[in-house]
Design a protein around this ligand. Structure first.
Ligand code: FES
Length: 277
């Protein structure tokens, strides 16, 4: 996606615009939405930063719960049992977070998401904070220059995040199969299942995913199967913002729950147990 940078003659301070000194004439609580976004994203960023440097309480061996923030755990420093795909990486010094490879993918996918871009620009850059509210910057260059031009790499984060999602799905299945054998439905298994479902909905409703299904087609009538998939993904795409928030909150809730069980703050309640020891 390329954008043309508007000049001052067409921007908010351009000569063709009404010369109003007030930043906005809106009298409603237009600031509430960007403020809420800034607070929630700020809390999540702070929480995730603390968690990835904690290096503990990310795996519950008895119930095979692995937090999504550490999955897959690929280093020799990972606690026994938590590395479902082996440990191709050596031990990490304490200063390095264990999810060194995966966190940039998770973060990059969210950071370059079309919805989070809009939300982030409004909440953090105030560009603009809301409709009909003048932004502080005198000039608008869109995403045509470094570093924001890198946002165009979103589709590549989508490919990488889709691989991680397959791993998360595998983790969610394992959460129903405790290490002692049998089948067990605990609060943690249900949380991981809900989280992975929300992540699938978030990923499938991604704009890049929609483009992959039908973005290049010139004649839908000649590709009925692709058209059908594109139509379904388009329906999900209309709810992308909701999936973005629900999946983010569920990642945070699932991680905090696993932290709480692993640290013995709370027990994990079993709702169904079949053949467990
Ligand atoms: S547009 Fe939001 S994840 Fe792709």
């Amino acid at each position: 996606m390329t954008t043309t940078a508007p000049t001052r003659s067409t921007g908010a301070a351009g000569s063709g615009r009404a010369a109003i000194s007030a930043r906005t004439l809106r009298t409603d609580r237009w600031w509430l939405s960007p403020l809420t976004v800034a607070v929630v994203l700020g809390v999540f960023l702070g929480y995730a930063t603390v968690r990835i440097f904690m290096r503990s309480h990310y795996w519950v061996d008895e119930y095979r719960y692995l937090t999504p923030l550490y999955s897959p755990c690929l280093s020799d420093s990972c606690v026994p049992g938590s590395s479902h795909f082996g440990t191709p990486l050596p031990e990490f010094p304490l200063a390095l977070p264990l999810p060194l490879l995966i966190f940039p993918i998770i973060g990059g996918f969210r950071l370059t998401c079309y919805y989070y871009r809009k939300a982030g620009y409004r909440a953090f850059l105030l560009s603009p904070a809301a409709c009909a509210v003048r932004e502080p910057a005198g000039k608008y260059t869109g995403e045509s220059r470094f570093p924001l031009v890198l946002q165009n790499g979103h589709r590549y984060f989508f490919y990488l995040a889709s691989l991680l999602l397959l791993v998360n799905t595998y983790d969610a299945v394992l959460a129903f199969l405790p290490s002692g054998g049998g089948f067990r439905v605990g609060i943690g298994s249900l949380l991981l299942l809900a989280m992975v479902t929300a992540l699938w909905l978030y990923s499938l409703s991604c704009h890049a995913c929609r483009h992959i299904f039908g973005g290049r087609l010139k004649h839908f009538s000649r590709h009925p199967v692709q058209y059908w998939f594109w139509t379904q993904v388009s329906k999900l795409n209309g709810r992308h913002m909701q999936f973005a928030w629900v999946s983010l909150l569920l990642v945070m809730i699932a991680d905090f729950y696993i932290l709480s069980v692993a640290a013995d703050w709370i027990p994990d309640v079993a709702l169904i147990e079949v053949g467990t020891n």
